[in-house]
Ligand binder design. Structure first.
Ligand code: FAD
Ligand code: SF4
Length: 510
C-alpha cells in the first residue's frame, strides 16, 4: 500500500468522496481502542452500537473493493491508540502518505495534528462531507454582529440552503412555529411504537466485558435496537417521515411515563456517526411534507428542520468557536457532586426516576427530558458542570463531545454565562406538570413549595434565582421572576429557602 487512510468511529459516511473510486494502493483502517472506550463510562448500548456500526462499515468497504483493516479491541496487534496502530501500519506496509477526515472532537483534532507532526511522510486532512457548515462558518457569520443568536444563524442557513423558502420569505409566512409545538400528550393518545431493530451484539459485548471496560445501563444482546448500518438508518428515517413527522412538532415537548420517545426521530445516532447526512434527513422530511401536506402541517416540518439545520449546525459552530475554553466554563461556580441516583434512577422524584430510568434502559431521552428534567435539576441544585458533562457524555447513544458539551454545559447548565442561551433553562413543577403526567403519581406534591411533601423543584427554583441574583437579575427576560420573588412575604421566602437548604443538604435522599 502507498496510502493509509484513518477512519474514526463517527466517520461512517459511505457517501464520502473517498469511496467514489477504488484504489488498491490505499489501505483504510478503523480501530476499537481503549482511549475511546475509557474517557467516560459509556452506556453499554452505545459502546456496542459503535463497535457494531464500525465493524459493519469496515465489512461494507471491503465488500465494495476498498481494502480495509479493522482492529478489534482484543486483537493482539492492537496497540490501543490511533498513533501507535498507524505507526505500525506505516512501517509494515512502507506507507508513503497518511490521510484522515477532520475529527468533530477537539481532543482528537489536536491528537491527530500532533501525530502528523511526528510523521516524516506527507499528511492530509479532509472534510467529512457531512455537515451543512464548515467548522468556522458560524464564527464568520457572527463576526461584527452583536451576540450569537441561534435564530439569526438558522434563518441565514434556511436562506443559504434554500430550505423551506418561498423566494426571500419563509414558507408558511413565519420562521418559527414553536408556539404551536408545546402540547401535552392527551390521556387517551397513544403514539406510534418506536421502530426497533434486532441486532445481535454478543461478540462486541464480550470484547468490552473481557477488557474490563466500565459501562452503564442495560442491554438486550439479541435485540440491540439502534440502527447500526446505513440500511437500518434509512429504514428508521422512512419510519419517522411516515409515522412520526405528522405529529413531531405538536408533541415535541411532551413527556409521559409510558412513552420513551413519543414522536421523536431517534436519528441522532445515525447522524452523529454519519451513516445519514443531515441533508438527506431534511430532504426526506421535506419530500414527505410535499407529498402529503394535509397530514403534515408546516409547524411539524419546521420544528424538525430547526433542530437539524438550526440547532445541530449551530452547536457545532459554537464548539469550534469556543473550544478548548468551553470545557472549563463554570459561570455560577457550581461545585456540588452529582447525586448517586443519577446512575440508578432510584429517587422519589417521579420525573427524575422516569427520565433517568429510561436513559439507563434505552440510552435515550428526548430533548425536553434532558433539558427540563435532568438538566434543570442539576442546574437548580448547583451540580458541578464537569460532573454533569461526565454523565451526559456517557449515557446517551448519541453523545459525542461537540454536541454533548454545547448542549449540557451551554444550553442546559448556563455555565457559559449566556453564550448559547439568553437565560438559564429553569423550571418548577408547574412546567413539568404542564408538559407531562409525571406529577400525577409522584411522592411529592407539585403544588407545594414548603414542607416535607413539597416538590423539590419548587423550592430549588426560587433558591437558585435568589442565590444568583447578582448574576441574573439584570437579565430582562428574568425580570418577572425577580418581581414575583420580591413580592412574596419575607417569611414565605425564608420558608422556601429553608426547604431548599434541606433539599440541597439531603440530595441523595430526595
Ligand atoms: P429529534 O427530536 O427527533 O430531533 C431531530 C434531530 O435534531 C436530532 O437527531 C439531532 O440531530 C438534532 N437536534 C435536536 N436538538 C438538538 C440540539 N439541541 N443540539 C443539536 N442537535 C439537535 N444531542 C446529541 O446528538 N448528542 C448529545 O450528546 C446531546 N446531549 C444533550 C445534552 C443535553 C443536556 C441536552 C439538553 C440536549 C442534548 N442533545 C444531544 C440534543 C438533543 O436532545 C438530541 O439531539 C435529541 O434528543 C436526539 O434525539 P432524536 O434523534 O430523537 O431527536
Ligand atoms: Fe417531578 Fe415535582 Fe412533579 Fe414529582 S411533583 S414529578 S418531583 S416536578
Amino acid at each position: 500500500y502507498k496510502k493509509l487512510r484513518l477512519l474514526l468511529g463517527d466517520q461512517l459516511n459511505l457517501q464520502h468522496s473517498w469511496f467514489s473510486h477504488k484504489d488498491q494502493s490505499t489501505l483504510y483502517v478503523l480501530m476499537e481502542i481503549r482511549t475511546e472506550t475509557d474517557y467516560v463510562w459509556h452506556h453499554i448500548q452505545k459502546a456496542c452500537a459503535f463497535f457494531a456500526a464500525m465493524e459493519g462499515f469496515a465489512e461494507t468497504l471491503n465488500n465494495d473493493g476498498h481494502d480495509t483493516l479493522y482492529f478489534k479491541l482484543d486483537d493482539p496487534a492492537n496497540k490501543q491508540s490511533f498513533s501507535a496502530n498507524c505507526d505500525a501500519l506505516i512501517k509494515k506496509y512502507h506507507i508513503e502518505s497518511f490521510e484522515y477526515q477532520l475529527p468533530d472532537e477537539y481532543r482528537l483534532d489536536e491528537e491527530l495534528k500532533a501525530y502528523c507532526d511526528t510523521l516524516k511522510i506527507p499528511c492530509q486532512a479532509y472534510d467529512t462531507e457531512h455537515f451543512y457548515t464548515t467548522r468556522d462558518e458560524l464564527a464568520t457569520f457572527f463576526t461584527g454582529k452583536k451576540g450569537l443568536l441561534m435564530e439569526n444563524f438558522y434563518r441565514e442557513m434556511r436562506k443559504k440552503h434554500d430550505v423551506l423558502m418561498a423566494g426571500d420569505e419563509p414558507v408558511g409566512g413565519k420562521w418559527n412555529f414553536d408556539e404551536d409545538n408545546r402540547n401535552k400528550l392527551p390521556k387517551t393518545h397513544k403514539p406510534h411504537l418506536p421502530l426497533l431493530f434486532n441486532n445481535a451484539v454478543q461478540p462486541q459485548y464480550d470484547r468490552i466485558r473481557n477488557a474490563g471496560i466500565e459501562t452503564i445501563g442495560s442491554i438486550d444482546l439479541q435485540n440491540l435496537y439502534w440502527p447500526v448500518n446505513r440500511q437500518q438508518s434509512l429504514e428508521l428515517l422512512r419510519y419517522f417521515t411516515e409515522n412520526c413527522l405528522p405529529l413531531f412538532g405538536t408533541f415535541q415537548d411532551a413527556m409521559h411515563t409510558d412513552e420513551w420517545s413519543i414522536y421523536h426521530s431517534r436519528l441522532s445516532f445515525s447522524m452523529n456517526t454519519k451513516m445519514l447526512s443531515p441533508r438527506e434527513v431534511i430532504g426526506a422530511a421535506h419530500a414527505a411534507w410535499e407529498q402529503n401536506k394535509k397530514a403534515i402541517s408546516i409547524n411539524q416540518l419546521e420544528g424538525f428542520v430547526r433542530q437539524i439545520l438550526g440547532w445541530r449546525e449551530y452547536m457545532r459552530g459554537i464548539y469550534w468557536l469556543k473550544m478548548p475554553g468551553f470545557e472549563t466554563l463554570n459561570y455560577f461556580d457550581h461545585q456540588r457532586k452529582l447525586p448517586g441516583w443519577y446512575w440508578t434512577g432510584k429517587t422519589k422524584m417521579n420525573c427524575m426516576k422516569h427520565s433517568i430510568g429510561q436513559s439507563l434502559n434505552h440510552a435515550y431521552a428526548h430533548h425536553i427530558q434532558r433539558l427540563m428534567i435532568t438538566g434543570n435539576f442539576a442546574l437548580l441544585a448547583g451540580i458541578k458542570p464537569d460532573e454533569v458533562d461526565f454523565w451526559y457524555l456517557g449515557i446517551y447513544i448519541d453523545a459525542i463531545q461537540w454536541v454533548e458539551i454545547t448542549n449540557t454545559r451551554g444550553m442546559s447548565q448556563y455555565a457559559d454565562g449566556g453564550i448559547i442561551g439568553s437565560k438559564p433553562y429553569t423550571a418548577s413543577a408547574n412546567y413539568i406538570h404542564k408538559q407531562s403526567n409525571y406529577c400525577d403519581n409522584c411522592h411529592y406534591d407539585r403544588t407545594k413549595r414548603i414542607g416535607e411533601s413539597s416538590c423539590p423543584f419548587n423550592s430549588l427554583y426560587w433558591d437558585f434565582h435568589d442565590r444568583h441574583r447578582d448574576k441574573l437579575s439584570n437579565n430582562f427576560r428574568l425580570s418577572m421572576v425577580y418581581r414575583l420573588w420580591d413580592k412574596m412575604a419575607l417569611h414565605d421566602r425564608d420558608a422556601i429557602l429553608l426547604r431548599a437548604d434541606f433539599c440541597l443538604e439531603n440530595l441523595e435522599e430526595l
